[in-house]
Design a protein around this ligand. Sequence first.
Ligand code: DGY
Length: 317
Amino acid sequence: MKVLVTRQIPERFIEDLKTVADVEMYHEKLKAMPREELLNESQDADVVITMMSDQIDQEYLDHCPKLKAVINLAVGYDNIDVDYARDKGIIVCNTPDVLTETTAELGFTLMLVTARRIIEAAHLVESREWKGWEPYLMAGKDVYRKSVGIYGMGSIGTAFARRCKGFDMDIMYHTRSRHEEAEKELVAKYVSFDELLKTDYVVCTAPLTKETENIFNKEAFQKMNDDTIFINIGRGGHVVEEDLLEAVQNGEILAAGLDVLRQEPIKEGHPFLKEKNIVVLPHIGSATVETRDAMIQLCVDNAKHIVNGEEPKTPVK
Ligand code: DGY
């Protein structure tokens, strides 16, 4: 059997995979496998370990007659046409659970960083513009005891809420179905989407689906308070970026912190780059060494199970 890995990962994982299959790896750390190469190399692959940057669409799936499984190195799988894969009998796996705490931690960090204007403040020092103490120098917004509205109360949303509890925040959430455990454990309150938009910190942790795409649009931003801070650790596709920019520029909301964008990496000249009230991170939600190791190991384990004819550990249901 052949396993294709579409990005460079540490050799020890490849050695592990080689105990059960022939392995081919794209030897690039920074760059996604060019489409043509991905299609060519996948043609005789039984299993492919993919990245979020690989588009696993109908064209791809039709192109790979032997393919048994697509294993995505991410908890999100909006880059994969899961329904079409299922119709073709191809298993899709992701990496849930192992990245939950790390991603929630990044989200919480981003909320603090945006609220307390940390990037701007560090830049003031770096650029030698800091002239001395002033009463309102880089004055931000408190997080402690403010209200937070979490959109999407899955495992990452719940882990985020747990951190909010430590800051004594008033926790609200909106999701497809109620989360009774979070309501009990965290005193989180289920609210309508419109009520959620009225909180101090609106935080998107949801997966991207047809229902959630573009949910943060002009109408949503207009319903927020003028001192609301919007945080997105879900997917760029949740947000209509022009509407967000307008909302920040017109003072309809205070600021935004984004770990994800519609198009990654950010394009040269993107207006967010000039907006000091929009903090953009390069999609590093799950980027700690421990968590990336765990995610890759889970992909390898899934691949080995499939090659051995066993049930994978984390198939997308
Ligand atoms: C995921 O796993 O979906 C994250 O966005 C990766 O950082």
